[in-house]
Design a protein around this ligand. Structure first.
Ligand SMILES: [Mg+2]
Length: 193
């Protein structure tokens, strides 16, 4: 199978850290409460912040989190196993849009952890559904409701990774799963069909 994988909230546990520190930043630094929708994945949509405030958050928390976030439990083991099982793996991520230096750092981090296993990496991906189609992926794994919806509607099977108060998503081509163990079981089951 050709499998596309998102980075933040799927390979790296960065989304949870962003959820925590966006709360702290609003309470302690901005001293306000503008949270509008806790189900939104992006803090830019969860809160009503000015461009200057978003920039402050990027410098104080978001940028450091991209450097230091842990891997999601099991991500390294399952990705390595999937590669050993003969699957082709592709990174499809929005990372690298705002700050290009993130790209080289992430490549180095993946390599340092033995994850030099990807056929191709797509950075600053604004239209993931289109990339999935162009790469003719058999499956994409993502934690964004909006991305999963667009990918499924473009006819590509998708695993919607959910471990946060994100929106529910139902589609014949979408499977909601909660961790890398479930993801591995799902993919191996699909291979038996
Ligand atoms: Mg993500």
């Amino acid at each position: 199978m050709k499998i596309g994988v998102d980075l933040d909230g799927v390979i790296y546990d960065s989304e949870k850290e962003l959820r925590v520190y966006s709360e702290l930043f609003e309470i302690l630094d901005l001293k306000k409460n503008t949270k509008t929708d806790n189900q939104e994945l992006a803090y830019q949509k969860r809160f009503v912040w000015t461009e200057e405030e978003k920039k402050q958050f990027w410098n104080k928390y978001h940028r450091p989190i991209l450097r230091t976030a842990n891997f999601m439990p099991g991500a390294k083991d399952v990705l390595t196993q999937l590669k050993q099982d003969g699957h082709e793996l592709y990174i499809v991520t929005a990372r690298g849009g705002y700050d290009k230096t993130v790209i080289e750092e992430t490549i180095a981090s993946l390599k340092d952890h033995g994850l030099d296993i990807f056929t191709r990496m797509h950075w600053n991906s604004k239209n993931k559904a289109k990339i999935c189609q162009e790469e003719q992926l058999d499956l994409m794994i993502d934690d964004s409701y909006d991305n999963c919806k667009a990918i499924a509607e473009a006819g590509i099977p998708v695993i919607y990774v959910k471990d946060a108060p994100s929106k529910e998503f139902e589609h014949p081509l979408a499977q909601t799963l909660y961790n890398w163990g479930e993801i591995y079981r799902y993919i191996t089951d699909q291979m038996k069909k």
